[in-house]
Write a protein that binds this ligand. Sequence first.
Ligand code: FEO
Length: 400
Amino acid sequence: MYRNGIISVSDSVFWVGAQDRTTDKFEGMWSIPHGVAYNSYLLTGEKNILIDTVKEHFIGGFLDRIAEALAGRSLDYVVVNHMEPDHSGSMRVLRDVYPNAKLIGNAKTAEMMKNFFGISEGIVTVSDGEAVELGGRKFVFVFTPMVHWPESMVAYDATDRILFSSDILGGFGATDGGIFDDEADMNMAVGEMARYYVNIVGRFAAPALKALAKVRTLDIGIICPAHGHVWRTEPGRVIDIYEKLSRQETDEGVVVVYGTMYGNTAAAAERIASDLVKNRVPSVHMHDIARSDISQVTTDIWRHSGLILASCTYNMELFPPMARLLRHLENKNMKGRYAGLCGTFSWAEASLRELSAFVERSKGGWTHVEPKILIKSGLKASDCALCETLSSNMARAIKG
Ligand code: FEO
């Protein structure tokens, strides 16, 4: 059965992946309003080699595309760069359809293959940096542990100078018709790449930097990631973007995130944001944490040097949507940024205390900008004066 066609990356390399526009939450958590691509590639020649698979839900069209690209030839190898099921999910069915295809991974891959799918036969394990010739193609397998799982690796086809980079250098967003960088809406592609990086890879920024340093040593003509676009025009650009994100290099700007029930905390946040603009902060972004998408809030915070957290108290604790954000930010282990704090309450203060504890737990990851603002119920003239002071101090801090 013919469904969506294969797409040629080169004369002998074909995209056979899947475009997912139906999943609401990636990893069961992260909004993907623009979908996501699960990229898989088939390399044809003396030996036919598949790079990764797709999420199990998309197995039908995936098998059709493989069959179309193979045109009656055998499938000899499947390179398993990563075992997270968005890439390995079709493995069991693939093994049933192509029982003679050998799987290529590392020792950790083999263990996960057994645990996920009960597959323990026909697996070839490689070591970090190992060069392997497959049907006239010379591959080098480079381990990239924790980007995004311990077994993660990338496959470099030295014959065609193509890097199959797995999660690293990928992004959210199904690709719209064309899969290549020169066919993409680049603003959308880079924005979705940042949102993917921060929420999926960001916790592992240090391993990502090590992986990127390894990748930099390769002579790369085309980058074929497991998500997002194929970078054939500017492969270096996507590495630059990933390096900036991994170094936690920020742009000058402030994200104001507030949690409010009846508008009093929102009023303080609006006041602070307005004062930041008056202080010529070049980029100010506001989020109502009960309504904004947490993956976008976190991405904006990652990309900017300043953060204002303003929250009400709820049932003698921090407002729950704000508490959820703080847990997420702590998991990301952000460094080198400035935070200003504003807590509100009416009869049992907790918000400012918990916001302060968040900054203290970061052990210098967040530098606190004075003054801490504590507002009882409504915003008063004295509170507005403190908001002005906090904004001017924050503007000064982020401008160095
Ligand atoms: Fe796209 Fe970590 O899987």
